[in-house]
Design a protein around this ligand. Structure first.
Ligand SMILES: *[C@@H]1O[C@H](CO)[C@@H](O)[C@H](O)[C@H]1NC(C)=O
Ligand SMILES: *[C@@H]1O[C@H](CO)[C@@H](O)[C@H](O)[C@H]1NC(C)=O
Ligand SMILES: *[C@@H]1O[C@H](CO)[C@@H](O)[C@H](O)[C@H]1NC(C)=O
Ligand SMILES: *[C@@H]1O[C@H](CO)[C@@H](O)[C@H](O)[C@H]1NC(C)=O
Ligand SMILES: *[C@@H]1O[C@H](CO)[C@@H](O)[C@H](O)[C@H]1NC(C)=O
Ligand SMILES: *[C@@H]1O[C@H](CO)[C@@H](O)[C@H](O)[C@H]1NC(C)=O
Length: 555
């Protein structure tokens, strides 16, 4: 039996089913579960690793955290509030056991950036003060042995509020930072001074409040980088240090980057549909940016306690078009410091943030407790769905990442200079929550696939080669609505998920093995521009309902 993939149905069916099976909110709105009232630190940065553990870290220069460590792990640090600091500022959270253990960071990781390399090692770059040029790695392990390692060769420039992107050749591109207008690469070479000025970073800088930090950075299928800062964007060839084109200014009179922090995602890259067997045909690429604040919002909030309403706008730009234009939409409510999390369904979860003010200390009010589901492929005007609220305010320094079981891990929020648990109404949050999107509701169990095995040469999904995925379904395979996607685990901080990426693979054929088991023949991504090398979560979706993911190595 061969079943042709009909991807276009994928995104309409779940809501069709919902209308049949449910009567509204408890299912579609998702649910929240408090995993820990305190993990001892505030989750300013999060990165999921291929071992199903999440590296979480904060900063080291504000005094003790709420997670005490053994005496041999004390820091003697002239930046710390106390001369001796015997608390942790990083943890490794284990999804399976819902437990965490302290990790040891030596120098300050405050407002830094990161990427996972092709072997699955987290490479974290920069921070503040003594940590501002340090590169640290964390190599995943199955026991309790792994911890942070500081590399001997530093970055050329300080990287505080910089952004990173893994490149097709496995190097990491590191862009910008506070008062730094250059990019550079990892790994470092003592003999190659590879820090190069990018004038775009100067030109987009607001003199009073910057508004171009943590620039949005996406690797496009043509191998170039999309770089967005403040309200402008370019297509950039990093190999030739050449700006290939400047895109139209994003409308709305809104700044989108720190401290007027909005967020950005590269929408799913689709290798399906007509011409999908043609490896030289590139998938279309579209970027969506939501939220942010009018310029001046940060200064008004910080100096005058005037909290300007944030932006309600989202803009979509088909960056691979020859003459792209921004198509603007309105979110249900204004939002600044919103995280944007790609779900395996290809939908975007807009979560965390505030209605008024900006990022930065003491600069926002009116938390937005309700996440919003954005459905990119339904009719305009019906794309946003307001979801069930959390009870926690997740403001400045909060994070959200997708987990391999389809949940979204949410943590952090500390809009204060130090940990402050009496600050009213937004105390420092050390809690960790999980948001369960609609597709995890038991009403969908009859449709949910389970992956048994992924069979590929050397356990690797090779570029342009077919591999197979064996899965079971509790019921019958519908003739339509089957797809296989891979998702890169991003580095989340300051509302931007670096390296977030979803590729909908080309399903070549599906055969039935037994009553419940099926085998899908799937084409690997065509090349490293479409899916840079590394570990990805692979999901099978049936009628729009995702399986649990398995990790695959793509190269
Ligand atoms: C952190 O520790 C302080 C001091 O022991 C305590 O007052 C506070 O409640 C703790 N905060 C949380 C969120 O556990
Ligand atoms: C590049 O790095 C060197 C060494 O840290 C530094 O002296 C120089 O100023 C940097 N160049 C730019 C353009 O920032
Ligand atoms: C873009 O941002 C710049 C700098 O903040 C501002 O001068 C300009 O008016 C903005 N343009 C639009 C269309 O919002
Ligand atoms: C494949 O796509 C490329 C680029 O779009 C095109 O030039 C070529 O003719 C296509 N080949 C086939 C066999 O369709
Ligand atoms: C948020 O912004 C709206 C619109 O400007 C304003 O009416 C409201 O008072 C602001 N809220 C706060 C708490 O400042
Ligand atoms: C914590 O917040 C409260 C109320 O917002 C404030 O009065 C207090 O000074 C803060 N504590 C510290 C240590 O900053």
């Amino acid at each position: 039996m061969a079943i042709k993939n009909q991807d276009f149905l994928l995104f309409t069916i779940p809501f069709f089913l919902l209308s049949l099976l449910t009567h509204g909110d408890p299912v579609t709105g998702g649910t929240w579960v408090l995993l820990h009232e305190s993990i001892g630190i505030s989750a300013m940065h999060m990165q999921l690793l291929k071992t199903n553990k999440v590296v979480i870290f904060d900063r080291t220069d504000f005094g003790p955290s709420n997670l005490t460590v053994t005496l041999d792990k004390c820091r003697f640090n002239d930046e710390a509030v106390k001369p001796i600091d015997c608390t942790a500022h990083s943890v490794l959270y284990d999804l399976v056991s819902n437990t965490f253990r302290p990790l040891f960071v030596r120098t300050n990781t405050f407002c830094s950036s990161g990427s996972v390399d092709p072997d699955g090692t987290l490479v974290q770059t920069g921070g503040d003060h003594q940590g501002e040029r340090i590169i640290r790695t964390l190599t995943p392990c199955d026991d309790r042995s792994c911890d942070w390692v500081e590399l001997p060769t530093p970055l050329w420039n300080r990287r505080w509020y910089a952004s990173n992107q893994i490149l097709p050749d496995g190097r990491i591109f590191i862009l910008g930072g506070r008062k730094v207008f250059t990019y550079e690469f990892y790994p470092k070479n003592w003999f190659l001074r590879d820090n190069i000025t990018l004038p775009f970073l100067m030109h987009t800088r607001d003199r009073q409040e910057e508004n171009n930090l943590y620039p949005f950075l996406h690797l496009l299928p043509d191998g170039n980088l999309f770089i967005f800062a403040n309200n402008r964007s370019i297509l950039f060839n990093y190999a030739r240090n050449a700006v290939i084109k400047e895109y139209p200014v994003m409308p709305g009179g809104v700044s989108r980057n720190y401290p007027s922090t909005g967020s950005s995602v590269l929408l799913p890259l689709r290798l399906t549909g007509e011409g999908s067997y043609n490896a030289s045909k590139l998938p279309e690429a579209e970027v969506m940016i939501c939220g942010g604040a009018p310029p001046g919002s940060h200064i008004k909030a910080f100096l005058q306690q005037i909290y300007v309403e944030a932006s309600r706008t989202c803009g979509r730009l088909r960056v691979s078009d020859p003459k792209p234009v921004w198509v603007m939409e309105l979110m249900p409510t204004p939002r600044v410091m919103n995280d944007m999390v790609l779900l395996p369904t290809g939908e975007v979860l807009i979560i965390n943030g505030a209605t008024n003010g900006s990022a930065g200390w003491e600069s926002a009010v009116n938390p937005v407790y309700n996440p919003v589901l954005y459905m990119p492929d339904v009719d305009p005007g019906r794309r946003f769905l307001v979801l069930n609220p959390s009870r926690k305010a997740r403001l400045y320094h909060s994070t959200a990442v997708l987990l391999p079981d389809g949940r979204v891990l949410v943590g952090g929020s500390n809009p204060h200079r130090t940990y402050n648990f009496t600050a009213y109404p937004y105390p420092t949050e050390l809690s960790l929550e999980a948001y369960y999107p609609y597709y995890l509701n038991p009403v969908y169990t009859p449709f949910r696939p389970s992956i048994l095995t992924v069979e590929s040469e050397d356990g690797t999904v090779w570029y342009g080669r077919i591999f197979s995925v064996t899965f079971v379904l509790p019921g019958h395979l519908a003739g339509v609505g089957l797809s296989v996607v891979v998702m890169a685990p991003p580095f989340a901080t300051h509302s931007f998920s670096m390296n977030q990426r979803m590729v909908v693979l080309n399903l070549v054929d599906v055969g039935r093995l037994s009553v419940f088991a099926y085998k899908a023949m799937v084409m690997g991504p065509p090349n490293a521009n479409v899916a840079p090398p590394g570990y990805y979560m692979l999901f099978v979706l049936h009628l729009g309902i995702p399986s649990l993911a398995v990790w695959v190595r793509v190269r």
